[in-house]
Design a protein around this ligand. Sequence first.
Ligand code: HEC
Length: 290
Amino acid sequence: MRLRTKFNLVLIVACFLGLSAASFLTYRAAQQNALQEIENEIALIRANALAVRNYTSTGIKPLLSDGNDILFLPHSVPSFSAQTVFAKFQETFPDYYYKEAALNPTNPDDLAEDWEAVLINQLRANPDLDRISVIRDTSAGRVFAVAFPFTITNPGCLDCHSDPAIAPAAMIDLYGTENGFGWEMNETIGAQIIWAPMSLADQRAMDLIVVIMLAIVAAFAVVIVLVNVMLSRIVLKPVSVMSEISEQVSMGDFSAPEYVKKGKDEISSLSTSFNRMRRSLDSAMKLLDD
Ligand code: HEC
């Protein structure tokens, strides 16, 4: 195999190894980045929902209930307003999802699905957890879902969620006495479950990886061109000239001019020693001839 081919083969193999190592490392970092971005989006959705809940209980509820049952409207309920506002948001961002899921919900629409109940039970079993994150495959593609515990820390919640006898009568008329009662202080009764699609973040991660790969290929292409040019000028050309001359000399033809490679590298000193050897051989031959 020719010297140039050997060098190029080694460089190409090194390029492939570099590409695989870089793709492995950057893929993980890019994925991590993507997840972080989704987590930020989820944190924004949650902060917005909590703000709506807070506004409803402090700004709307006093206006609409005022201790008067007849004025009870679901619109004064934090959970109702948070989910209604999110439903509007979802018209613009249909891939996002927000639910106040409970194991024993007041509104049957809020009943936790099986996978949601698993997360809620994990949160109930580990009161120190402030969230659980999972990646789920859904019909709309992969999503990153986070469950934040709903723990009753405000005694005011129990006005409507402990005993039907003390709940507003108008609420009982609307929702019945079967569900959403019997909740206790410090009990995790459900979770805010929020998810966002992975596709956008995956795409961003992929774009980043492609740019890094292209940069590596470009860097190797420059190295390969430079190595080939240097190899030719410094090694291959002088060696092939010397090899041609030695071919002629070995056949007894001393007519070719001496080849001197300038410089101080190994090939230059080889050309000098080669010329010296050739001169010695020439004089030895002449002596023989005499
Ligand atoms: C005025 C009565 C009232 C008060 C006070 C109240 N809720 Fe509710 N809550 C309801 C009603 C009614 C619903 C069902 C709303 C709907 O139709 O979506 C509900 C729904 C919920 C849900 C969604 C699951 C379900 O049961 O459908 C959660 C979680 C919840 N409430 C938590 C709380 C917490 C926490 C507090 C205290 C900060 C609180 N609620 C205070 C009446 C109340």
